[in-house]
Design a protein around this ligand. Sequence first.
Ligand code: UT7
Length: 319
Amino acid sequence: MIYSRIVGTGSFLPPKIVTNDEFAERLDTSDAWIRERTGIVQRHIADESQSSSDLALEASRRALEAAGVGAGEIDLIVLATSTPDYVFPSAACLLQAKLGIKGCPAFDVQAVCSGFVYALASADSFIRGGMYKRALVVGAEVFSRILDWNDRGTCVLFGDGAGAVVLEAAQHPGVHATVLHADGSQAGMLSVPGNVCGGRILGSPFLQMNGQGVFKYAVKVLDEVARETMAAAEMDLSQIDWLIPHQANVRILEATARKLGLPQERLVVTVDHHGNTSAASIPLALDEWVRADRIRAGHRVLMQGVGGGFTWGAALVTM
Ligand code: UT7
């Protein structure tokens, strides 16, 4: 039996930090409101010259170094993003070129904030099926590009960044189970409803969200998908060392842990200093906890994505 296993993690945050007070200087908001309603204190924002594939490159280099693997040994690249550099080519192909390699397949996965879990599940399937041996799985976003910076209801929530893992064929899991879901009938709840047409933008280039709708949906499906994934792995929730839900709002994270009966000490929280980095949030949180020596070899980690589409999913992994 072939399984896949995470053998290295890496992440990158653009250096520029934007605090809540900076929003309060020009919008009808406050540090207190943002902290109380979201848990967010600050976020990193890319400058105009930094694209998703640039952030992905730095995160990937760090993951490769942690894995002790050369870029030339990667035989699959799967990159989750909703903010690719271009309409095409994919950010994954641009990342491949920046890594100085060619030949291996490279493609983007677009599942918004569930993107990393979708990408991990895809790479895991390729490896378990025997098609590839070593995959680079990345989540990279510059959500700052699709925010209306005058809309206090959305612009304070998001940040930019990238996280990556090297996933390798192994005799033991590794990835125990992955579960993915989508419900396109909920597309309008969270969207950037615009497209490029004849040199113009039709619709809106800005993120729009029914915040309360997303909140309720997220808490419900994060609970369901955690239980479904544990059942698929034939394990119990008590066997989880760490829960890494998509980092959107600390109230969603805490409600999810509470519903699952998991102590808050097992909940990984980075939304306070990253904001919501969409597809990058899970690998960013994973790498931060690994480098802080909190998530260690042998620990069991349940990662959960939820976001636009609507999409959601989870992956249970032994590190
Ligand atoms: O990646 C997945 C995507 N996103 C999410 O998971 C987000 C899910 N939703 C949420 O996190 C929360 O719903 C929000 C943080 C977006 C909003 O929190 P809320 O507690 O649901 O607030 P609300 O939307 O009910 O708004 C309460 C009030 C409103 O004013 P009124 O109508 O009561 O006068 C808003 O206009 O807060 C107002 N408000 C703000 N006030 C100060 C909204 N944004 C702000 C703001 N500063 N930044």
